[in-house]
Design a binder for this molecule. Sequence first.
Ligand SMILES: [Zn+2]
Length: 296
Amino acid sequence: MQKSWNHRARKLHPDDVDFHDRWGHLCAAGRRCPGQVTHLITYDYVTGRAGRVSDSSRLACEPHATRFVTKHQIEIGEPAPQRKTAFTAAVDSLTGTRHDNSRIRVRRDHSGNWYGTESGAGFFVSYAYRTELGRDDTLDTAIDVIERRAGTDKRMVRTTAWQRDGLSAVAEFVRAEDTDQWRDAPWTLMVHCLTDGYEAGTWVLTRQLAPQFRADVDKLGNTNMDLDRAIATVLRVLPLRWTLSDWTRDGDTATTTALPGPKPEPSSTVRLVAVAPRGVALGQDALIPTTTQEAS
Ligand SMILES: [Zn+2]
């Protein structure tokens, strides 16, 4: 038996209602309730022998939210802030403030295999480029292979000449979209539904600057989806600054071109992002139902 208090309930932002619907998230306030998620209900409680105070947030359908507020004699509170906007703003802020300059060094390991290491600025981790090249291959060949891989794996392009030092070489790289050559180039956007693998049935958006570069992939949803809804969802998952042309449809695929706008000014929300890599949700609104217990 647990004691609970400080019960709160609020409506979700319409975009978040849409988000939970696209991913098939159901009401977590009742046992196997098939209701569409529209509200967030929250309360504090004491748990365990130590009497630790914890809080619980659940996504709830309209009837369960109504039952919750009636039972606890509370009002539906202010609407929850939009989860997606907060997240996108944080990512945008990060993108706008971070320096993508990287240094790639090409060299051989003790068994003669050529490889590359990329070290980024700030807290971004290094990246390793493995190759099939061995003792019979030259530094020139290794440089060619790794420079191409920098584009296909990371969308990085070289900005300085390679500086050679014996059996190693180093050069500076930057994101393709941050160079004069690619900054104003249109991206190709494609929406389609995955048909293979365990994610079959998931609609995705791919964004490609050019064939030699890695494409970005955004997942759009796997429930109640069709091509129209997938297209409508693109504007929800993309940072708002993109400008899209008209879509061209071909069967269950749609394609368009798009131009990203200027990167946003640095903002203080970047501090939020420092906790995100640990898997901590940006606010309770991002909770995904994992329980079907009856809310108290
Ligand atoms: Zn429900």
